[in-house]
Design a protein around this ligand. Structure first.
Ligand SMILES: C[S@@+](CC[C@H](N)C(=O)[O-])C[C@H]1O[C@@H](n2cnc3c(N)ncnc32)[C@H](O)[C@@H]1O
Length: 264
Protein backbone atom coordinates (compact mmCIF):
# COMPACT_ATOMS: atom_id res chain seq x y z
CA UNK A 1 0.00 0.00 0.00
CA UNK A 2 1.41 3.44 -0.91
CA UNK A 3 2.17 5.94 1.88
CA UNK A 4 -0.59 8.20 0.57
CA UNK A 5 -3.16 5.40 0.68
CA UNK A 6 -2.00 4.38 4.17
CA UNK A 7 -2.36 8.00 5.27
CA UNK A 8 -5.86 8.22 3.75
CA UNK A 9 -6.84 4.98 5.48
CA UNK A 10 -5.52 6.27 8.82
CA UNK A 11 -7.38 9.55 8.29
CA UNK A 12 -10.61 7.69 7.66
CA UNK A 13 -10.12 5.18 10.48
CA UNK A 14 -12.67 6.73 12.90
CA UNK A 15 -15.32 6.96 10.15
CA UNK A 16 -14.60 3.38 9.08
CA UNK A 17 -14.99 2.21 12.70
CA UNK A 18 -18.38 3.98 12.91
CA UNK A 19 -19.43 2.38 9.62
CA UNK A 20 -18.46 -1.02 11.02
CA UNK A 21 -20.82 -0.52 13.96
CA UNK A 22 -23.62 0.47 11.55
CA UNK A 23 -22.79 -2.51 9.31
CA UNK A 24 -23.20 -4.88 12.28
CA UNK A 25 -26.65 -3.42 12.97
CA UNK A 26 -27.64 -3.49 9.29
CA UNK A 27 -26.44 -7.07 8.90
CA UNK A 28 -29.14 -8.19 11.34
CA UNK A 29 -31.91 -6.79 9.17
CA UNK A 30 -33.48 -7.98 5.92
CA UNK A 31 -32.00 -4.86 4.27
CA UNK A 32 -28.42 -6.06 4.62
CA UNK A 33 -26.61 -5.41 1.33
CA UNK A 34 -24.84 -8.24 -0.53
CA UNK A 35 -21.47 -7.18 0.96
CA UNK A 36 -21.81 -5.96 4.51
CA UNK A 37 -19.04 -4.78 6.80
CA UNK A 38 -15.26 -4.62 6.70
CA UNK A 39 -13.22 -6.87 9.00
CA UNK A 40 -9.51 -7.41 9.57
CA UNK A 41 -9.67 -11.20 9.70
CA UNK A 42 -11.86 -14.16 8.78
CA UNK A 43 -12.48 -14.75 12.49
CA UNK A 44 -13.61 -11.17 13.02
CA UNK A 45 -15.98 -11.53 10.05
CA UNK A 46 -17.34 -14.84 11.36
CA UNK A 47 -17.82 -13.35 14.82
CA UNK A 48 -20.01 -10.66 13.21
CA UNK A 49 -22.46 -13.15 11.62
CA UNK A 50 -25.84 -12.34 13.17
CA UNK A 51 -27.50 -14.98 15.31
CA UNK A 52 -29.98 -17.07 13.32
CA UNK A 53 -27.87 -17.00 10.13
CA UNK A 54 -25.62 -19.75 8.84
CA UNK A 55 -21.92 -18.93 8.61
CA UNK A 56 -19.66 -19.85 5.68
CA UNK A 57 -20.20 -21.75 2.43
CA UNK A 58 -20.29 -25.33 3.64
CA UNK A 59 -24.07 -25.85 3.93
CA UNK A 60 -26.34 -28.01 1.79
CA UNK A 61 -29.03 -25.35 2.34
CA UNK A 62 -27.17 -22.84 0.17
CA UNK A 63 -25.84 -25.30 -2.42
CA UNK A 64 -28.55 -24.37 -4.93
CA UNK A 65 -28.20 -20.58 -4.53
CA UNK A 66 -27.30 -18.99 -7.91
CA UNK A 67 -26.81 -22.42 -9.50
CA UNK A 68 -28.45 -21.45 -12.85
CA UNK A 69 -26.46 -18.17 -13.02
CA UNK A 70 -23.14 -19.89 -12.19
CA UNK A 71 -23.84 -22.56 -14.83
CA UNK A 72 -24.08 -19.94 -17.60
CA UNK A 73 -21.10 -18.53 -19.50
CA UNK A 74 -20.22 -14.96 -18.63
CA UNK A 75 -17.62 -12.61 -20.05
CA UNK A 76 -15.35 -13.38 -17.08
CA UNK A 77 -15.17 -17.05 -18.14
CA UNK A 78 -13.63 -16.46 -21.57
CA UNK A 79 -9.97 -16.12 -20.49
CA UNK A 80 -10.36 -19.43 -18.60
CA UNK A 81 -11.92 -21.07 -21.65
CA UNK A 82 -9.12 -19.68 -23.81
CA UNK A 83 -6.39 -21.20 -21.62
CA UNK A 84 -8.27 -24.48 -21.31
CA UNK A 85 -8.66 -24.63 -25.10
CA UNK A 86 -4.88 -24.16 -25.48
CA UNK A 87 -3.87 -26.59 -22.75
CA UNK A 88 -6.40 -29.25 -23.74
CA UNK A 89 -4.83 -29.54 -27.20
CA UNK A 90 -2.86 -32.17 -25.34
CA UNK A 91 -5.32 -34.50 -23.54
CA UNK A 92 -5.14 -33.70 -19.84
CA UNK A 93 -7.47 -34.04 -16.86
CA UNK A 94 -9.01 -30.97 -15.22
CA UNK A 95 -9.25 -30.49 -11.45
CA UNK A 96 -11.78 -27.76 -10.74
CA UNK A 97 -11.29 -26.54 -7.16
CA UNK A 98 -14.25 -24.57 -5.83
CA UNK A 99 -16.06 -26.06 -8.80
CA UNK A 100 -19.36 -26.17 -6.89
CA UNK A 101 -21.75 -28.50 -8.79
CA UNK A 102 -19.56 -28.57 -11.89
CA UNK A 103 -20.93 -25.19 -12.93
CA UNK A 104 -17.99 -24.26 -15.17
CA UNK A 105 -18.11 -27.67 -16.90
CA UNK A 106 -21.81 -27.02 -17.57
CA UNK A 107 -21.14 -23.46 -18.70
CA UNK A 108 -18.24 -24.29 -21.01
CA UNK A 109 -19.40 -27.49 -22.65
CA UNK A 110 -21.41 -25.84 -25.47
CA UNK A 111 -18.33 -24.06 -26.82
CA UNK A 112 -15.43 -26.14 -25.51
CA UNK A 113 -15.35 -29.85 -26.19
CA UNK A 114 -15.01 -31.27 -22.70
CA UNK A 115 -16.88 -34.49 -23.51
CA UNK A 116 -13.70 -36.56 -23.30
CA UNK A 117 -12.06 -34.60 -20.48
CA UNK A 118 -11.59 -36.33 -17.14
CA UNK A 119 -13.09 -33.54 -14.96
CA UNK A 120 -12.91 -33.66 -11.15
CA UNK A 121 -14.64 -31.09 -8.98
CA UNK A 122 -13.14 -30.50 -5.52
CA UNK A 123 -15.35 -28.52 -3.16
CA UNK A 124 -16.52 -28.37 0.45
CA UNK A 125 -18.18 -31.52 1.89
CA UNK A 126 -21.78 -30.22 2.02
CA UNK A 127 -21.63 -28.80 -1.50
CA UNK A 128 -20.15 -32.08 -2.80
CA UNK A 129 -22.88 -34.03 -0.96
CA UNK A 130 -25.57 -31.91 -2.62
CA UNK A 131 -23.88 -32.30 -6.03
CA UNK A 132 -23.73 -36.09 -5.66
CA UNK A 133 -27.44 -36.15 -4.77
CA UNK A 134 -28.26 -34.21 -7.94
CA UNK A 135 -25.97 -36.46 -9.98
CA UNK A 136 -27.71 -39.56 -8.58
CA UNK A 137 -31.03 -38.06 -9.75
CA UNK A 138 -29.57 -37.58 -13.24
CA UNK A 139 -29.53 -33.76 -12.98
CA UNK A 140 -25.73 -33.55 -13.38
CA UNK A 141 -23.55 -35.35 -15.94
CA UNK A 142 -22.42 -38.80 -14.80
CA UNK A 143 -18.94 -38.04 -16.20
CA UNK A 144 -18.20 -35.46 -13.48
CA UNK A 145 -16.25 -36.70 -10.48
CA UNK A 146 -16.99 -34.96 -7.17
CA UNK A 147 -14.78 -35.04 -4.10
CA UNK A 148 -14.12 -32.95 -1.01
CA UNK A 149 -10.50 -34.03 -0.50
CA UNK A 150 -7.34 -33.88 -2.60
CA UNK A 151 -6.72 -37.65 -2.54
CA UNK A 152 -6.14 -39.62 -5.71
CA UNK A 153 -6.38 -36.63 -8.02
CA UNK A 154 -5.46 -37.50 -11.61
CA UNK A 155 -1.83 -36.86 -12.50
CA UNK A 156 -0.84 -34.04 -14.86
CA UNK A 157 -4.12 -32.18 -14.37
CA UNK A 158 -4.77 -28.56 -15.26
CA UNK A 159 -6.07 -26.96 -12.07
CA UNK A 160 -8.87 -24.41 -12.37
CA UNK A 161 -9.78 -22.28 -9.35
CA UNK A 162 -12.57 -20.00 -10.52
CA UNK A 163 -14.30 -17.93 -7.86
CA UNK A 164 -12.48 -19.82 -5.09
CA UNK A 165 -10.01 -17.43 -3.55
CA UNK A 166 -12.58 -14.99 -2.16
CA UNK A 167 -13.61 -17.85 0.14
CA UNK A 168 -10.48 -19.98 0.51
CA UNK A 169 -8.96 -19.82 3.99
CA UNK A 170 -5.29 -19.27 3.26
CA UNK A 171 -2.95 -17.92 0.63
CA UNK A 172 -1.75 -19.36 -2.66
CA UNK A 173 1.00 -21.39 -0.95
CA UNK A 174 -1.59 -22.94 1.43
CA UNK A 175 -3.66 -23.85 -1.61
CA UNK A 176 -0.67 -25.55 -3.29
CA UNK A 177 0.19 -27.44 -0.11
CA UNK A 178 -2.94 -29.54 -0.58
CA UNK A 179 -1.63 -31.15 -3.77
CA UNK A 180 0.75 -34.11 -3.61
CA UNK A 181 2.57 -32.74 -6.66
CA UNK A 182 2.62 -29.14 -7.79
CA UNK A 183 0.30 -28.78 -10.80
CA UNK A 184 2.11 -27.55 -13.93
CA UNK A 185 -0.78 -25.36 -15.03
CA UNK A 186 -3.17 -23.40 -12.82
CA UNK A 187 -5.85 -21.01 -14.04
CA UNK A 188 -7.29 -18.82 -11.29
CA UNK A 189 -10.21 -16.50 -11.90
CA UNK A 190 -12.27 -13.94 -10.03
CA UNK A 191 -9.65 -13.34 -7.31
CA UNK A 192 -10.87 -10.27 -5.39
CA UNK A 193 -8.00 -7.83 -4.86
CA UNK A 194 -7.20 -4.36 -3.61
CA UNK A 195 -4.19 -2.06 -3.73
CA UNK A 196 -4.91 -1.31 -0.05
CA UNK A 197 -4.63 -3.55 3.01
CA UNK A 198 -6.33 -6.95 2.67
CA UNK A 199 -9.68 -7.19 4.40
CA UNK A 200 -12.80 -9.34 4.70
CA UNK A 201 -16.43 -8.53 4.19
CA UNK A 202 -19.47 -10.73 4.77
CA UNK A 203 -21.30 -11.81 1.63
CA UNK A 204 -24.99 -12.65 1.78
CA UNK A 205 -25.50 -16.04 0.09
CA UNK A 206 -29.02 -17.28 0.77
CA UNK A 207 -29.42 -17.64 4.51
CA UNK A 208 -25.68 -17.73 5.08
CA UNK A 209 -23.13 -14.99 5.64
CA UNK A 210 -19.82 -15.93 4.07
CA UNK A 211 -16.42 -14.31 4.79
CA UNK A 212 -15.27 -12.74 1.51
CA UNK A 213 -11.55 -12.01 1.29
CA UNK A 214 -10.31 -9.02 -0.70
CA UNK A 215 -6.56 -9.56 -0.93
CA UNK A 216 -3.76 -7.05 -1.29
CA UNK A 217 -2.52 -7.62 -4.83
CA UNK A 218 1.18 -7.12 -4.06
CA UNK A 219 1.01 -9.76 -1.29
CA UNK A 220 -0.86 -12.15 -3.56
CA UNK A 221 1.79 -11.84 -6.26
CA UNK A 222 4.68 -11.97 -3.77
CA UNK A 223 3.44 -15.35 -2.50
CA UNK A 224 3.12 -16.66 -6.06
CA UNK A 225 6.71 -15.60 -6.76
CA UNK A 226 7.94 -17.74 -3.85
CA UNK A 227 6.17 -20.87 -5.10
CA UNK A 228 7.95 -21.32 -8.41
CA UNK A 229 5.11 -20.18 -10.65
CA UNK A 230 5.35 -17.65 -13.45
CA UNK A 231 2.32 -15.44 -14.12
CA UNK A 232 2.10 -16.28 -17.82
CA UNK A 233 -1.07 -14.22 -18.36
CA UNK A 234 -3.34 -12.03 -16.28
CA UNK A 235 -6.55 -10.09 -16.78
CA UNK A 236 -9.05 -8.00 -14.84
CA UNK A 237 -12.83 -8.36 -14.77
CA UNK A 238 -14.37 -4.88 -14.42
CA UNK A 239 -17.95 -6.16 -14.02
CA UNK A 240 -16.97 -8.08 -10.88
CA UNK A 241 -15.51 -5.08 -9.07
CA UNK A 242 -17.42 -4.72 -5.78
CA UNK A 243 -18.05 -1.79 -3.50
CA UNK A 244 -18.79 -2.56 0.12
CA UNK A 245 -22.07 -0.70 0.47
CA UNK A 246 -21.60 -0.10 4.18
CA UNK A 247 -18.09 1.35 3.67
CA UNK A 248 -18.11 3.87 0.80
CA UNK A 249 -14.59 5.11 1.68
CA UNK A 250 -13.05 1.74 0.87
CA UNK A 251 -11.93 1.51 -2.77
CA UNK A 252 -13.87 -0.93 -4.97
CA UNK A 253 -12.24 -4.36 -5.33
CA UNK A 254 -10.47 -5.38 -8.52
CA UNK A 255 -11.35 -8.87 -9.75
CA UNK A 256 -8.48 -10.68 -11.48
CA UNK A 257 -7.63 -13.85 -13.28
CA UNK A 258 -4.23 -15.41 -13.99
CA UNK A 259 -2.71 -18.31 -15.84
CA UNK A 260 0.13 -19.63 -13.68
CA UNK A 261 2.77 -21.88 -15.13
CA UNK A 262 5.22 -23.88 -13.02
CA UNK A 263 8.71 -22.71 -13.96
CA UNK A 264 11.22 -25.45 -14.71
C1 LIG B 1 -18.81 -18.73 -6.10
S1 LIG B 1 -18.56 -20.44 -6.09
C2 LIG B 1 -17.62 -20.63 -7.58
C3 LIG B 1 -18.29 -21.60 -8.52
C4 LIG B 1 -17.63 -21.70 -9.89
N1 LIG B 1 -16.29 -22.25 -9.80
C5 LIG B 1 -17.63 -20.38 -10.60
O1 LIG B 1 -16.58 -19.84 -10.92
O2 LIG B 1 -18.73 -19.85 -10.86
C6 LIG B 1 -17.32 -20.66 -4.85
C7 LIG B 1 -17.12 -22.11 -4.50
O3 LIG B 1 -15.93 -22.26 -3.71
C8 LIG B 1 -16.19 -23.27 -2.77
N2 LIG B 1 -15.20 -23.24 -1.70
C9 LIG B 1 -15.08 -22.36 -0.69
N3 LIG B 1 -14.02 -22.69 0.09
C10 LIG B 1 -13.46 -23.80 -0.46
C11 LIG B 1 -12.35 -24.61 -0.12
N4 LIG B 1 -11.59 -24.36 0.94
N5 LIG B 1 -12.07 -25.67 -0.91
C12 LIG B 1 -12.83 -25.94 -2.00
N6 LIG B 1 -13.91 -25.21 -2.36
C13 LIG B 1 -14.22 -24.15 -1.60
C14 LIG B 1 -17.61 -22.99 -2.34
O4 LIG B 1 -18.20 -24.08 -1.68
C15 LIG B 1 -18.26 -22.69 -3.68
O5 LIG B 1 -18.75 -23.84 -4.29
Amino acid sequence: MSKLRAFERALHAPAIAAETVLARLLSKTSRAPRFCGVYNSRKEALDAVPRGRLAGYDHAEIAQVSLPQMSRRRGADYPVMYWLSQLLKEPRPVVDVGGHMGTKYLAFRDVLDVSAVDWTVVDLPQIIGAAKDLQRDGALPAALRFQSDYDDLPEGAIVVASGLFQYFDGNFADFLAQFTNKPKHIVVNKVATTADTSFFSLEKIGNSRVPYHIRNIAEWKAVISTTGYEIADEWTIPELSHRIATHPRISPSVSRGMYLKLSN
